[in-house]
Design a binder for this molecule. Structure first.
Ligand SMILES: [Zn+2]
Length: 484
């Protein structure tokens, strides 16, 4: 009895079916047009107002508009421009055609934000707290010919952040995200997705969630994709995919690839990641994990139950590390959410630290925590030396939002490298097992919710029974820190 009770207490926060109650539901009908690389879409939104305020409008992020010709937002840094726009300049966008309610009555809407990055839908009646409002949005999406998370290239069509997704309503206001050439300029909450998509039958589809059904219709295929209690929804299409699937715990780990002689090892790494992180932090709650090779300008990108791994990574050790990094994001970003624009270190630094814990648990990879700390220290010192020389003095605060970093190397060295070193240093201070216990607590407390740095540090203080706020603060906000 006691055993049962204890396991139900620990298990309850990680129940997907329970987390799928009282959240927004998105239902899509999508058609992918291969000739012009576009998506015709209709979505039904059952928006759940979890705030305490009656809302007269609902706002959505329109990420594809960052890729349009007149965009003021930057989607790629200059140094990666040629790799991204490998075929010359190409634009994409999203056009909202119509918004209407269930009695087919048109609702007023407006494209707004700082740069046409926001859709505002005006409701007929305010939606009260803890209740739903439903409406339909018709849209078309033009996919650019670029190696990006949203774009098509030589091998894959990447549909990340391609549809109108509700902005987070927080502290009495809508959080509107501006695109940024570095980092992951996104922020969203747990929702349910049911997607019907039609596409040419010679394509293989990888997506967030389960492929509930697929049927043929002439030269097309129709897939029904179902994902409950996830933070976002992404799709990758390719004519070249081969698929290898194996089960670990209750999860089917699938590897979609077209150029990987070591595909068995890559799949094995995916499986070990799910197993090891589940043991370290708490179990992976979903039935699917799709690792997807793709044409992508950066190393990798995380979406719930789906990660992109770039086919341009040259050495296999980096490829492996990227798989481990993106899968660790399923815990930090996916299940435990955070505002990735304001507090990127909270998921990136922690994700890098999680990789180090993985390597310690899996010595067959021949990478030690000490190796990683040493690598991070040298990377950071080189950054300090070069940027310090160029700029005289550098701002070494980690706790900044995306637009506040002056360059991509500065962002990388502070958020990933110094973020990782921060946690490695906390681990030296309070002990690794205690850090793991803190992370277990953080995971079970904030599963399917959104956490802030205060929440994170709070878990560390509670579980370790130590005052750590100042310690974290020195690392996070210290403007000028020299360390070896
Ligand atoms: Zn990451």
């Amino acid at each position: 009895m006691i055993v049962l009770l204890v396991s139900s207490i620990f298990g309850c926060n990680l129940n997907v079916d329970r987390a799928a109650i009282d959240v927004t539901n998105y239902q899509f009908n999508l058609e992918f047009n291969e000739e012009i690389h576009s998506i015709n879409g209709k979505m039904k939104v059952d928006y759940f107002n979890k705030s305490e305020t009656p809302l007269g409008e609902i706002r959505f992020n329109l990420y594809p508009n960052a890729f349009r010709e007149q965009s003021q937002q930057s989607v790629i840094s200059l140094s990666a421009y040629d790799k991204c726009y490998y075929n010359g300049v190409s634009y994409g966008n999203i056009e909202i055609l119509r918004v209407y309610d269930k009695s087919e009555l048109d609702l007023n809407f407006q494209i707004c934000g700082v740069d046409e990055n926001i859709l505002s839908v005006v409701l007929q009646n305010k939606v009260q707290p803890e209740t739903y409002t439903s409406f339909f949005i018709e849209f078309t999406v033009l996919i650019p010919n670029i190696n990006h998370r949203f774009g098509y290239g030589e091998n894959t069509v990447n549909l990340g952040n391609f549809f109108p997704i509700a902005c987070v309503y927080e502290n009495g206001k809508w959080i509107e995200i501006e695109y940024c050439s570095y980092g992951d300029p996104f922020y969203s909450e747990i929702a349910n997705y049911l997607v019907e998509i039609t596409y040419p039958k010679n394509y293989i589809i990888a997506s967030t969630g389960k492929e509930a059904a697929t049927s043929a219709l002439g030269d097309k295929k129709i897939s029904i994709l179902d994902a409950k209690a996830v933070r976002d929804f992404a799709i990758v299409l390719s004519k070249k995919f081969q698929v290898a699937t194996e089960k670990v715990n209750n999860t089917n780990v699938s590897y979609y690839y077209y150029d990987d002689e070591q595909f068995q090892n890559s799949l094995e790494t995916g499986k070990k990641a799910i197993k090891t992180y589940s043991e370290l932090f708490g179990r992976y709650p979903y039935e699917e994990m799709n690792v997807v090779q793709s044409n992508f300008v950066h190393g990798g990108m995380e979406y719930p139950c789906l990660v992109l791994i770039s086919d341009s990574i040259q050495d296999y050790e980096t490829y492996t590390h990227t798989i481990l990094h993106e899968i660790a994001h399923q815990w930090w970003y996916g299940v435990v959410g955070n505002n990735q624009t304001d507090y990127a270190w909270l998921d990136e630094g922690l994700t890098e630290f999680s990789c180090a814990l993985f390597f310690k648990q899996n010595p067959d990879y021949n990478i030690t925590v000490e190796d990683l700390v040493q690598q991070a220290n040298s990377s950071y010192q080189v950054f300090q030396a070069i940027y310090g020389n160029v700029l005289g003095k550098i701002n070494t605060s980690i706790n900044r939002s995306l637009g506040q970093f002056s360059t991509e190397p500065e962002y990388f060295n502070l958020v990933y490298v110094k973020g990782f070193l921060l946690l490695a240093s906390v681990s030296d201070l309070i002990g690794e097992q205690k850090v793991i216990n803190c992370l277990k607590n953080y995971y079970s407390t904030f599963a399917f919710k959104t956490a802030t740095p205060e929440d994170f540090i709070g878990c560390f203080e509670r579980i370790s029974s130590r005052e750590l706020e100042n310690y974290f603060d020195t690392w996070l906000n210290g403007k000028i820190i020299e360390f070896n």
